[in-house]
Design a binder for this molecule. Structure first.
Ligand code: GLV
Ligand code: MN
Ligand code: MN
Ligand code: MN
Length: 415
């Protein structure tokens, strides 16, 4: 069967722009944090678009949104696509959103072309892929895959001490957390369209990337407690400055990653909270959050052991109390061969070149891969920039990614 999806490029670009309006910071900086006003506004907007497209919309108790185009074999596991729409502080407007609105436009493009799905095709819009509010990334997809169980979800608190239970109820999501995990075999396949968030496709002038594996992410929280006091009166030999200990630890994090023996190891201390954070007060407490990743799990785990040992050494020498909590330490994901095959064939049908590549960023696909054959489709983004307001993907690349996604969904639906 020949399928020619009719992608409406102007429409998807217009919708991306409208979605970017739901933000706590002015464009082009996007800040959209779980269950804040912009997040709730964006949800209503997206659900409206799904309904307009004739999709059957449901939500689970965590706010994951499912919008289904029913196939002629609705009893069979569906084929799904989707991504996230939350945005870290001062982010750009394409991370995640291209896979949400691109997924929806792929469905509409198939509808316009007269395609009739056999397996149902479902758009899955994930709750909080970004770790901003509750400190852990891929909240929605972790729960769907059963990696975070209801008891662990109930323990989560945001930085203001509000529990996930409290904030989801306030947002109107009262459904049972026990019902969030998807039953086995719920999806026949999952495919996520996303900007690359790296420079490779642009540098190599290749329009599309097909992701064969996702690097293994981990994050740690380090608490440091020294002794505070007057910045003028407290003499240097008497000090146990928590921020000085943090500074050594942070440089250690960088060094352990740089010296891992592989360019694929990355480590970042992206969060540092200082108490009392006043110029004339010796810092008594510091909280750090450290992100460590590698395509090879064992090398990443060695870096984590080095970091923990480094914290112990620095704190013992400086007489600082410390705690280290591992927030997440996930294995890498491998893509499903049947989804890879469909993506490769779709690129062939479209007559476009592609590159097989790994994803260094994590995505909801990392967890979807645990419950369904999964793969990702990357489009280039300017200079590889992401998690910044100047993140940019061209309308042409977005439309091409959407077109190939539509072809892929069609193939998987008929499989
Ligand atoms: C997700 O945004 C990541 O940090 O890879
Ligand atoms: Mn992101
Ligand atoms: Mn993303
Ligand atoms: Mn991401």
């Amino acid at each position: 069967m020949i399928v020619r999806p009719l992608v409406d490029k102007d429409r998807i670009i217009h919708e991306l722009d409208t979605l970017a309006g739901f933000s706590d910071t002015p464009k082009p900086a996007i800040t959209r944090i779980l269950f804040t006003k912009p997040d709730l506004g964006a949800r209503a907007y997206l659900k409206g678009l799904c309904e307009e497209a004739g999709l059957r919309v449901r939500e689970d108790g965590l706010g994951n949104i499912f919008a289904r185009w029913e196939g002629s074999a609705p009893e069979l596991p569906a084929v799904a696509t989707g991504s996230h729409f939350d945005a870290i502080p001062y982010a750009g407007m394409y991370d995640g959103t291209v896979g949400v609105l691109g997924g929806l436009e792929a469905i509409r493009a198939l509808q316009r072309s007269g395609f009739k799905p056999y397996r149902s095709i479902e758009l899955l819009i994930f709750t909080a892929e970004e770790p901003t509010r509750f400190g852990i990334g891929c909240l929605g997809s972790r729960a769907l895959a059963g990696v975070l169980n209801p008891e662990s979800l109930r323990l989560l608190k945001d930085q203001e001490g509000k529990s996930l239970e409290e904030v989801r109820w306030e947002a109107g999501y009262m459904g049972r957390l026990e019902d969030v995990q998807l039953p086995e075999g719920y999806y026949a396949a999952f495919v996520e369209l996303h900007i690359e968030q790296g420079p490779v496709l642009e540098q190599e002038h290749v329009p599309l990337g097909i992701v064969t594996a996702i690097a293994a992410p981990a994050s740690l929280r380090v608490g440091l407690e020294g002794v505070g006091g007057h910045a003028g009166a407290m003499l240097m030999p008497d000090r146990h400055d928590a921020l000085c200990a943090a500074a050594e630890i942070i440089l250690g994090v960088e060094a352990f990653a740089k010296n891992s023996g592989s360019i694929n190891t990355v480590a970042t201390t992206g969060f540092c909270e200082v108490y009392p954070n006043a110029v004339n007060s010796v810092p008594s407490r510091v909280k750090l959050e450290i992100d460590v990743r590698d395509v090879e799990q064992s090398r990443r785990d060695q870096v984590i052991r080095n970091i923990i040992q480094g914290v112990e050494q620095v704190c013992t020498r400086r007489e600082i109390k410390y705690s280290v909590d591992i927030i997440n330490i996930d294995p890498p994901a491998k893509s499903g061969s049947e989804v890879l095959k469909a993506l490769v064939e779709a690129c062939g049908d479209a007559g476009v070149k592609f590159k097989l590549m790994v994803s260094r960023a994590y995505h909801d696909s990392l967890f979807m891969a645990r419950i369904a054959p999964t793969a990702m489709l990357f489009i280039p983004c300017r200079e590889g920039v992401s998690h910044r307001p100047d993140e940019y993907a061209s309308p042409e690349d977005i439309a091409l990614g959407t077109y190939v996604l539509a072809l892929t969904l069609a193939k998987l639906s008929l499989a």
